[in-house]
Design a protein around this ligand. Structure first.
Ligand code: GDP
Length: 447
């Protein structure tokens, strides 16, 4: 998930308090200023930024850091908690009969979301259906029908009608016996009075239990205004943020949730009907702040170890996250990652690496795919290295590289590639003040 540079700017800001045992007013002020800049750049609304900075400032100065926590951990924890408080808990859904209205601007992802949500409900054992009332956008009917087919969910629409309210009425009658009816509505490019009037009419016919505002994650400062208008028209009970797989900044979506005093129900992470997740505030903010999603990573490592023949004793998932590597550890990581999938996807879950485009850019293009063949090459390289070299790969110089390549029957390039991977990994972790630091904190937070 990419949310602009917010994560890395915050990390930079927090570096300023790293290593200090006490936090003075000046240091907090500096961090708060940096955080403000990062949030504004991510398109978070100004008044929300001010509120957030007030609470961060106040808590950082007045709360005692818990014993054993550094100033940096203390501030990061406060930032984390305050941001989680803004997004709040996920919108609650009862798994029972209900009607859900989707509203939002054209292109925000309503039609896609209706199919994704329908699929989600049917996987929970309910019988959903979709009503498509968008008579404005050419192609909406066909698209919706096709997506409903893919989600294997019944669908109602009328390509010849120009009466959305009529379609809504007919659709509700058609699906009287279904458990969950999701009503998709038309959007326009901007909020026009006509659109607002139409959605109000549909709302009164449908009488939804829940109205969700669908927002494209890249929406900027206009999010607040939009959210207000929809809130006034139909009452927003929850927000769906789409396209979080893209390069959106995401700040506008935070603003909308704050402004409507609502919560996030789902997030969309791709164009397929399966690309939807229930919103998880902790995971979302952890990723936003570049802390990675430790739980997801550890789960994945454990799952991979069950599937592969990597000995659990040998590869401790916590070690994977620590800054304390030898080349042998890195090799074991790669072995496990090879069975976890593409390295670049795994890296997105490692603390601080979410926004580490640099690291990925530094790697050879096909490096993300840890192939068996490559692992064999590295194994040969490592067999030709001394224990001293394996423990301290950063000390391996050009003449050693030549020797190892000759001895192992590999190329110097292979040797350098392995060393380069080790070095970047190590550098990244120490820039972050050590993975273990981060990991300890995440553990504390999840307690
Ligand atoms: P609507 O006008 O609000 O109904 O929006 P659509 O559902 O037609 O979506 C507009 C475009 O965004 C389509 O090309 C969708 O495939 C795309 N889209 C919707 N949700 C997502 C998402 O979560 N990720 C990505 N990458 N694309 C999405």
């Amino acid at each position: 998930m990419v949310l602009g540079d917010l994560g890395s700017s915050l990390q930079d800001a927090l570096e300023k308090v790293a290593g200090r045992s006490r936090i003075d007013e000046e240091a907090v002020e500096e961090v708060v200023r940096d955080i403000q800049r990062a949030l504004l750049q991510a398109d978070v609304d100004v008044s929300l930024v001010n509120d957030l900075s007030d609470s961060i400032r106040e808590r950082a100065l007045n709360e005692e850091p818990p014993a054993g926590t550094s100033a940096r951990e203390h501030v990061l924890r406060i930032v984390y908690e305050e941001m989680v408080a803004v997004v709040g808990d996920a919108t609650e859904f009862e798994l029972e009969e209900q009607t859900i209205l989707l509203a939002g601007l054209q292109g925000s992802g309503k039609t896609t979301t209706s199919a994704k949500m329908a699929r989600w409900f049917s996987r929970k054992g309910l019988r959903p259906a979709i009503v498509q009332t968008d008579t404005f956008r050419p192609g909406a009917y066909e698209q919706s029908k096709e997506m409903a087919d893919r989600a294997e969910v019944p669908f109602y629409g009328d390509p010849d009608s120009e009466d959305p309210v009529g379609i809504a009425r007919e659709g509700m009658a058609e699906f009287e016996d279904r458990d969950v009816v999701i009503v998709d509505t038309a959007g326009r490019h901007a909020l026009e009075d006509e659109l607002v009037a139409e959605i109000e009419d549909i709302e009164s016919v449908v009488d939804p239990d829940m109205s969700l505002l669908v927002l494209d994650a890249s929406i900027g400062q206009s999010a607040g205004e939009q959210a207000d208008a929809f809130d006034e028209a139909v009452g927003v009970d929850g927000v769906v943020i789409t396209k979080l797989d893209g390069t959106a900044k995401g700040g506008g979506a935070l603003t909308a949730v704050d402004q409507t005093d609502s919560s996030i129900a789902f997030i969309g992470t791709g164009e397929e009907v399966s690309d939807v997740e229930r919103f998880d505030p902790d995971g979302f903010i952890s990723r936003l702040l570049g802390m990675g999603d430790i739980r997801a990573l550890v789960d994945r490592v454990e799952e991979a170890m069950e599937e592969s023949d990597v000995d659990e004793e040998e590869l401790d998932p916590e070690k994977l996250l620590s800054g304390d590597f030898t080349l042998r550890d890195v090799y074991k990581q790669m072995e496990a990652m090879g069975s976890m999938g593409r390295l670049d996807q795994v890296m997105d879950m490692i603390p601080g690496m979410g926004g580490m485009g640099d690291l990925k850019d530094e790697m050879p293009d096909d490096f993300a795919e840890v192939t068996e063949q490559r692992l064999d090459t590295y194994r040969a390289v490592m067999d030709s290295m001394t224990d001293e070299e394996l423990d301290n790969p950063s000390r391996v110089g050009a003449s050693e590289v030549r020797r190892v390549a000759r001895g192992s029957g590999t190329s110097e390039e292979d040797v350098r590639e392995l060393l380069e991977y080790y070095n970047t990994m190590e550098r990244t972790m120490s820039q972050l003040g050590g993975g273990r630091d981060m990991e300890r904190m995440m553990k504390k937070m999840s307690e």
